[in-house]
Design a binder for this molecule. Structure first.
Ligand SMILES: [Zn+2]
Length: 474
């Protein structure tokens, strides 16, 4: 961190923020290309460092030209692009990262980790400062790194990315600057399986656009897919001992969690994705085994051939697009919880530290008690019993159909509880959410972010998704 520069920038940006927040003149500061800052993000549980890798031209700018400042306040990290001369904030976005998740697992206490990441913003005409911020222990953003970029310097590469990869459209509704652009990638599909990839893209996108608010806002989206044929079918699955190498390096067992499927090969994924204009990305995995993952503004993944693929896809995309928290808490995940002293920043869970100012209070009808009573004990004992059963089946390496049958039973039995409660269908504050059985509350009896029972987001999650769509279409 350059100690001399920082206080100067902070003072200036505070003064100029009001003036520039909603009204950055795109043409004055940017050209219609995307600058991609690639960097290495490394550290341990208690420290982190950044080092620039490359600065590239990532194709034409696909985001909005009028909404350049991000006021959604989501994600663990937040970056700002400042005009170097005036200190004015020209662009900002919140996001989350694999590094941020990795820091919370036990491994990070013992060794260093390095992850490759990218941030993308419109191509600046003049020198800029890029500020990287992170939540502190009160969830406020503080600057942890800054770097200067002169767009005319030799270390900046303005050459166009010619990936040469084939692409196809699911739907194109208008210019990239006025739509939310999704790119779909596929991993573990051979050349002979490209028709299957095509069919999988259409099937899963059809499922996404059948769910609100995507359904009513379908024409606000463009969706395109890029083909990356693999030499072998399927992807790496370390838990059952099936090892493979594929073009995008997607692998199950991320953080040693059997169903968590991510790729760490950010360089390759980004180069492939920018074959077409994109704001958000999902990666289809040519596998049957239940799995996927979703990180806010990085990407989401899903196993395409599982009985629950449509559900997992919409769920994981909720993490990726809107930074939604998991509303479930009875399954074992590789995060460690700490004592609750601050409000979580995600829009769909609360610690209810200030009951009068519930963050989704505009959705709560008068007469709904906060916290909201529900059949928690019944639900918890059933759900924990099913989790135990699931672990047993996985350990015995049974066929996928046996796990699916268990999930089907869970669906029937938990629906019977959740669908018939006094406050079913009413927004309130239901205890249990964000991986915590007690202390965190979710807004609704059920939601795609809670169970696999219904293909429906709760009203709070729907609203959050809509606000992100607005950021790309206005
Ligand atoms: Zn929800």
């Amino acid at each position: 961190m350059k100690k001399l520069f920082l206080p100067f920038i902070l003072i200036l940006s505070l003064n100029l923020q009001a003036q520039f927040t909603s009204n950055v003149d795109f043409k004055k500061y940017f050209e219609n290309s995307t600058m991609r800052l690639d960097y290495f993000h490394n550290g341990t549980a208690t420290e982190e460092h950044f080092a620039v890798d490359r600065i590239l031209n990532d194709g034409s700018w696909s985001g909005s030209k009028s909404i350049l400042i991000d006021d959604l306040n989501q994600g663990l990290y937040f970056f700002e692009v400042l005009d170097k001369e005036s200190g004015a904030i020209l662009f900002s976005r919140g996001f989350s990262s694999i590094f941020g998740e990795w820091q919370s697992i036990p491994e990070a206490k013992e060794k260093w980790g390095t992850f490759h990441e990218s941030i993308r913003f419109p191509w600046p005409l003049n020198p800029v400062m890029v500020l990287m911020k992170k939540r502190d222990d009160k969830n406020n953003f503080v600057t942890i790194w800054e770097t200067e970029i002169d767009p005319k310097a030799r270390y900046v590469n303005p050459a166009k990315n010619g990936s040469g990869l084939a692409s196809f459209d699911y739907m194109v509704n208008g210019p990239a600057n006025e739509k939310l652009d999704i790119v779909v990638l596929g991993d573990g599909y051979t050349k002979g399986e490209m028709q299957k990839f095509h069919d999988d893209v259409f099937r899963l996108c059809d499922a996404l656009f059948a769910v609100e608010p995507y359904r009513s806002r379908k024409t606000d989206f463009n969706v395109r897919a890029v083909e990356t044929p693999s030499m072998t079918t399927g992807v790496n699955r370390p838990h059952p001992g099936i090892f493979k190498r594929t073009p995008l390096s997607v692998s199950y067992s991320s953080f040693d969690s059997e169903r968590y499927a991510l790729t760490y090969d950010n360089r390759t994924v980004r180069d492939v994705a920018s074959t077409v204009p994109y704001d958000f990305m999902f990666i289809l995995i040519n596998e049957e085994t239940y799995g996927g993952g979703g990180i806010y503004r990085l990407y989401s993944t899903v196993a395409a051939d599982n009985k629950f693929s449509e559900y997992i896809f919409v769920h994981e995309f909720g993490h990726h697009l809107a930074g939604l928290a998991d509303e479930y808490y009875t399954s074992d995940v590789s995060y460690q919880s700490t004592e609750i002293t601050v409000e979580p920043y995600e829009v769909n869970i609360t610690a209810l530290l200030d009951k009068e100012n519930l963050k989704w209070k505009q959705f709560v009808k008068p007469g709904t008690p906060i916290p909201t009573p529900w059949e928690k004990e019944k639900y918890d004992s059933l759900s924990y019993e099913i989790q135990k059963e699931r672990r047993k089946l996985r350990a015995a390496k049974v066929p996928e159909s046996e796990v699916e049958a268990l999930f089907e039973r869970e669906k029937q039995e938990t629906s019977a509880i959740l669908d018939n409660m006094k406050y079913t269908g009413k927004v309130g504050a239901f205890e249990g959410g964000g991986y915590l059985q007690y202390g965190y509350y979710r807004p609704y009896d059920d939601c795609i972010m809670f169970t696999r029972n219904k293909q429906e987001f709760c009203p709070v999650c729907q609203d959050a998704i809509s606000r992100v769509i607005n950021q790309y279409t206005k």
